[in-house]
Ligand binder design. Structure first.
Ligand code: NAD
Ligand code: TDX
Length: 341
């Protein structure tokens, strides 16, 4: 039996990982740790509150006292907590550096002092920069970091800090880089939940001008399985790419959403481009597959349909999320750019 602490547990990937871990590690005790920023939602954890093996602690990863208290007796940390949205990083880069770099360092330090047996840090494909749309290669773990946005840069900085704890203190760390995740409970500022929920409300879908930009799509449960594989079979001091090879342009994703929901093409609206809009990410995950035997299990066609229908069937969740502070954000980013391009 192990005690695992999951930061960012009230967010999209973190809350899905909590579910995965409770279901597949039935002896383990799971602690969810989250500062509950705009993106953290306790409703994402409601379904575990009656589980005696789960406990939630509200805390900032950058708060040494709360972190140290939460980490007492913890064996494994999986660090999802982060500012995660590129558009917000353009508006307010400072919080990205504070949470993603300094917060990660403080939590690492607290974990080191508590003697955790593994600290797994969740990183992203975006640390490697971007690829040309027609480039015939994928990122490998040894590629240089070439971040282009404040979010990318903060995630690259965090990776350097995590690896420095391995080299300096022999701390047992691992890192994984994944590209775009999809699945239930994703905050509706990201492409898929934003476009699905807008379409359900017959609102415009704001495609950035370079809508032929591509992303590599991974179901959030395949991501959870990959992290589990790295915890069980990965080598400390190593980074692992997690990929699927499934690339779709923003246009293609939009078309799938409109077709699945039987909504008209006329909802597509082209808006000015995101500043620092990365063109394409693609990860070579040969190392992970060879060393752990992991491979994705969810087909994109099935996973995306199920995801779109989850949002359709769960309006109470996203309608609450899309109110309050969100409306202010949405107005800033989208409403004032729609139709001006
Ligand atoms: P999210 O924005 O949905 O969730 C982030 C969570 O972190 C929220 O619950 C938030 O409250 C919490 N948080 C933020 N600042 C905190 C702080 N200072 N202390 C404690 N908690 C804090 O993000 P997500 O999409 O679930 O991403 C999770 C992780 O995965 C991030 O590290 C992100 O960089 C990485 N990642 C995401 C994707 C993706 O497609 N979403 C892909 C690759 C990597
Ligand atoms: O309104 C939009 N219009 C649009 O055209 C939004 C929100 C997005 N897009 C485009 C921009 C990108 O080409 O869709 C694509 C995906 O955008 P996001 O959902 O914002 O994700 P991205 O910037 O690719 O980053 C995601 O994947 C890597 C996650 O948010 C990161 O946390 C992760 O590291």
């Amino acid at each position: 039996m192990a005690k695992i602490l999951i930061t960012g547990a009230a967010g999209f990937i973190g809350s899905n990982f909590v579910r995965y871990w409770l279901e597949h590690h039935t002896e383990d005790e799971v602690i969810g740790y989250d500062a509950l920023t705009y993106a953290g939602n306790l409703e994402n954890l409601d379904r575990f509150q009656d589980n005696p093996r789960f406990r939630f602690i509200k805390g900032d990863i950058g708060d040494m006292d709360t972190a140290s208290a939460a980490l007492a007796g913890v064996d494994v940390v999986v660090n999802f907590a982060a500012e995660s949205h590129n558009d917000r990083g353009v508006l307010d880069p400072g919080i990205f550096l504070r949470t993603n770099v300094l917060g990660t360092q403080i939590f690492l330090e607290a974990a080191r002092r508590c003697g955790v047996k593994r600290f797994h840090h969740i990183s992203t494909c975006e640390v490697f920069g971007d690829l040309a749309l027609d480039e015939d290669r994928a990122f490998v773990e040894t590629d240089p970091y070439q971040p282009k946005t404040p979010y990318n840069a903060s995630k690259a900085g965090a990776n350097h800090v995590v690896m420095s704890y391995f080299h300096t203190y022999a701390m047992p760390v691992t890192i994984s880089h994944c590209a775009n995740n999809y699945g239930p409970y994703q905050f509706p500022e990201k492409l898929i939940p934003l476009f699905v929920t807008n379409a359900l409300e017959d609102k415009p879908l704001p495609l950035y001008k370079t809508s032929q930009n591509k992303r590599e799509w991974t179901h959030v449960d395949d991501h959870a399985r990959a992290i589990e594989a790295i915890l069980e079979k990965g080598k400390v001091g190593e980074a692992y790419n997690i990929g699927t090879g499934v690339e779709k342009t923003v246009e293609e994703i939009t078309d799938i959403i409109l077709q699945t929901l039987e909504k008209p093409e006329s909802l597509k609206t082209y808006v000015p481009d995101r500043l620092g809009h990365d063109r394409r990410y693609l990860l070579d995950d040969t190392k992970l597959r060879k060393e752990t035997g992991w491979k994705p299990e969810i087909s994109f066609d099935e996973g995306i349909k199920e995801t779109i229908l989850w949002y359709k069937d769960t309006p109470e969740w996203w309608k609450r999320v899309k109110s309050g502070e969100y409306e202010e954000y949405y107005n800033t980013y989208y409403n004032n750019t729609l139709g001006k391009n």
